[in-house]
Write a protein that binds this ligand. Structure first.
Ligand code: HEC
Length: 106
């Protein structure tokens, strides 16, 4: 009988301990990244025009700082990249994106 319990338990264990920076972006966040054009320049696993999301998260910015950097980029933070164009994002949406970005930090 226990044999039949091991697999489901192992799966539950795996699901519970999958790192927060799983390459999949939650659907609601992805929708905002698409809508606001972020996805054209930023991705999860690799550099596009802009740095990959986990790289940005690794900087350890606060939500407030992220929102301010999106509204007023500081290209000197990213040598070797073209400067990001300032983005206008509705506050509630920016908040959601920033909350997610902060959560990626290992
Ligand atoms: C046209 C391409 C482009 C788009 C669109 C874009 N970014 Fe960027 N982003 C960049 C580049 C290039 C950098 C690195 C250079 C810089 O910060 O100027 C960057 C940097 C960043 C940073 C790090 C800022 C810092 O100073 O460390 C954040 C946060 C960010 N982007 C979030 C966003 C969000 C959120 C959106 C959508 C609202 C977005 N970006 C849309 C190209 C883009």
């Amino acid at each position: 009988m226990t044999k039949f319990l091991i697999l489901p338990l192992a799966l539950i264990f795996l699901a519970a301990f999958t790192p927060a920076n799983d390459p999949s972006i939650p659907a609601d966040v992805q929708a905002l990244l698409d809508k606001n054009g972020c996805a054209a320049c930023h991705a999860m696993g690799r550099k596009l025009v802009g740095p990959a999301w986990p790289e940005i998260a690794a900087k350890g910015y606060s939500k407030k700082k992220i929102a301010s950097l999106v509204a007023k980029p500081e290209p000197s933070n990213w040598p070797g990249y073209v400067p990001m164009v300032a983005q206008k994002v509705p506050k509630a949406e920016m908040d959601k994106i920033a909350t997610w970005l902060v959560s990626l930090k290992k």
